[in-house]
Design a binder for this molecule. Structure first.
Ligand code: BGC
Length: 341
């Protein structure tokens, strides 16, 4: 709660993501106390999951302010996928003496810049979504990480397919060869969620006794349009041989749905992860088998609650289940299409 007057003048109270271009503008009553200031740095505002999470965060901050009378300043910056940009944004937050830094790293292996600056200024850091390596997390006991458990994401995603397969194997094995020919579409190569989800989802199918053959696979970096383009190439090349498409997130699954619709196909053996509003709608409409909801609103609440505790010099362990390495895993659940038991 050590907000400088400069910061107070510089920030609007609760910044909706839509206001990103207006960062650093307007404030109402600079003298009102007490207050909490959060410097929130995200890797890319065009990422659907992250932008939904940030909208939740600003809503939670606004509600908290209303309920408690404690002013909350959220300054949200977008690194546009460039770690050097993000490092400069961190420098600015530190110079303005924010209470807490909330950081969605561009490069999860490059957390040390942020941690070193934060340590020098004694500003705690809550990383989220892009997990720093253990060596970085262990550098300072005021560093936290909030994210999902990618192995459990992958296991639940695989289980959606297992349930659908057990209910109706013919839905997958269209050529009757006893093997499911599949394609996998992955997120960014260096993201822990992509690597682990891929491995565990496929392993879950194998463990359930489903015979698999990988036809192809590629990286679409979490992006809907990239997955649409990639899956278009796969349908061109493999046509009816494709019996299942596993995607590391909903936006990429929706990209596949776009291609299916554009090509006039009836294919819906597509699974995703996230539970974005568009992903959930596609599952409801039977365009996807299902999704794992990794609950961006719950993650936003954890980020906010832990950041507030740190800002007020409280122990975050009082409000969240924090493991010994100071990581917190947000809850998740499965949503399946109606036709899957
Ligand atoms: C989400 C993706 C998102 C990525 C961003 C993942 O956990 O599932 O949708 O694009 O995080 O880092």
């Amino acid at each position: 709660m050590k907000l400088s007057r400069t910061v107070k003048r510089a920030l609007s109270v609760t910044m909706a993501l839509l206001c990103l271009p207006l960062l650093g503008c307007a404030n109402n009553d600079p003298e009102q106390e007490p207050s909490i200031s959060l410097g929130v740095a995200i890797y890319n505002k065009d990422d659907t999951f992250i932008s939904n999470m940030m909208l939740s965060l600003t809503e939670i901050a606004a509600r908290y302010e209303q309920d408690t009378g404690i002013r909350v300043y959220v300054n949200l910056t977008d690194a546009q996928e460039n770690q050097t940009n993000q490092n400069k944004q961190i420098d600015r937050f530190v110079a303005m003496n924010y209470d807490v830094l909330c950081v969605n790293l561009v490069d999860r292996t490059d957390a040390s810049y942020t941690i070193d600056r934060a340590m020098d200024a004694d500003i705690p850091v809550v990383f989220f979504n892009r997990e720093p390596v253990q060596e970085d997390l262990q550098k300072w006991d005021r560093v936290y990480y909030i994210g999902t458990d990618p192995a459990e994401n992958g296991r639940l995603e695989g289980q959606i397919v297992v349930d659908a397969y057990n209910a109706d194997p013919a839905r997958f094995d269209k050529n009757g060869d006893g093997i499911v020919q599949y394609i996998i579409i992955e997120g960014e190569i260096r993201h822990q969620d992509a690597m682990i989800r891929t491995e565990v989802s496929v392993q879950t199918l194998k463990d359930a006794g489903i015979e698999l053959e990988k036809l192809d696979g590629g990286i679409a970096s979490w992006v809907r349009s990239q997955a649409a383009a990639l899956s278009d190439q796969y349908f061109e090349k493999y046509g009816d041989q494709i019996e299942l498409i596993i995607c590391n997130n909903d936006d990429m699954a929706l990209g596949v749905v776009d291609t299916v619709e554009r090509r006039g196909l009836s294919f819906n053996n597509i699974v995703g992860i996230d539970g974005t509003p568009a992903g959930l709608a596609a599952v409801k409409e039977g365009k996807m088998l299902g999704t794992v909801v990794i609950d961006y609103a719950a993650q936003a609440k954890l980020i906010f609650d832990i950041a507030c505790a740190l800002a007020m010099d409280k122990d975050p362990k009082e409000i969240a289940d924090i493991s010994a390495d100071r990581t917190v895993r947000a809850p998740m659940y499965v949503v399946k299409a109606d036709f899957i038991p």
